[in-house]
Design a protein around this ligand. Structure first.
Ligand SMILES: [Cu+2]
Length: 263
């Protein structure tokens, strides 16, 4: 049996190890530059998860090393271990603590997700067409202007990206915005982003979609609204017919996902 004092000591060591690991891990800016309103919230969520994971890791490692040290067989001891019939208190603890941690993580993640996907007035829609191995973009309301390989969006305005996969599953990801969403053939999925930093970024496909997957990228430009309007006005092509048809087809087969968040 393990007495009360060793348990208190193990707990103290666990807390100290959690603090040390957390401090080291939190120094690293894992996700890089933040360029959307969602980014700080997601980064904060990651920080909280890092602290919780450090606690679980420390607890397991401290108990493991305590057991290795305390219950090590003496040299020459070939006897069997003690017959043990369970320990109700321990079992309650190791069920309850992970349950609390998981429920907390789920609740907190839920709140962050609903915050960052909260639709606001004055948002705009951009259609995103994903196909092996290229991205193109439609700007509804702007004569259905169409751009290939280059996405422009205005600063500080919520954009609802309606994703339309033309062949296989792709995934829409701009690291600095943090948001990632799959583009699935046959349905419309929606990624909601409010870019809040001017700059040029990269849209990357993050779903293995074939031989050219690693080259499936597009340039993303976040610019002032006036520059954005001017750029869209200068686009000469309209969304091509097959792509325009995919919008109608996707929308008809999955009308629900046109709401906030999407699938
Ligand atoms: Cu891909």
């Amino acid at each position: 049996m393990v007495g009360r004092l060793p348990i208190l000591k193990m707990f103290a060591v666990t807390v100290a190890a959690t603090a040390v690991i957390s401090v080291v891990m939190l120094q690293i800016h894992w996700n890089g530059e933040e360029a959307s309103t969602a980014a700080p919230e997601i980064d904060h969520l990651l920080d909280v998860m890092i602290v919780l994971s450090s606690f679980v890791f420390s607890l397991v490692v401290v108990m493991l090393f305590y057991a290795l040290w305390k219950f090590k067989a003496k040299p020459g001891d070939e006897s069997d271990g003690e017959p043990i019939h369970g320990n109700t208190r321990l079992e309650v603890a190791w069920t309850l603590i992970p349950t609390i941690i998981v429920l907390f993580g789920a609740g907190y993640s839920w709140k962050v997700l609903s915050d960052i996907e909260e639709p606001v007035n004055g948002s705009m829609t951009v259609d995103v067409f994903a196909q092996q191995f290229a991205w193109s973009f439609g700007y509804p309301g702007k004569d259905n202007a169409w751009s290939e390989g280059e996405l422009h969006v205005p600063l500080d305005r919520q954009v609802h990206f309606k994703l339309h996969a033309q062949d296989v599953i792709h995934s829409f990801w701009v690291q600095e915005w943090r948001i990632k969403k799959d583009a699935v053939p046959g349905i419309t999925t929606t990624a909601i982003v409010t870019p809040d930093k001017l700059g040029t970024y990269q849209l990357i496909c993050t779903e293995l979609c074939g031989f050219g997957h690693s080259t499936m990228r597009a340039t993303v430009v976040v610019e002032r609204p006036a520059d954005f309007r001017q750029w869209v006005a200068g686009l000469e092509e309209e969304v091509p017919q097959p792509l325009a048809e995919s919008i109608v087809r996707d929308t008809e087969s999955d009308p629900v996902s046109l709401g906030a968040g999407g699938a």
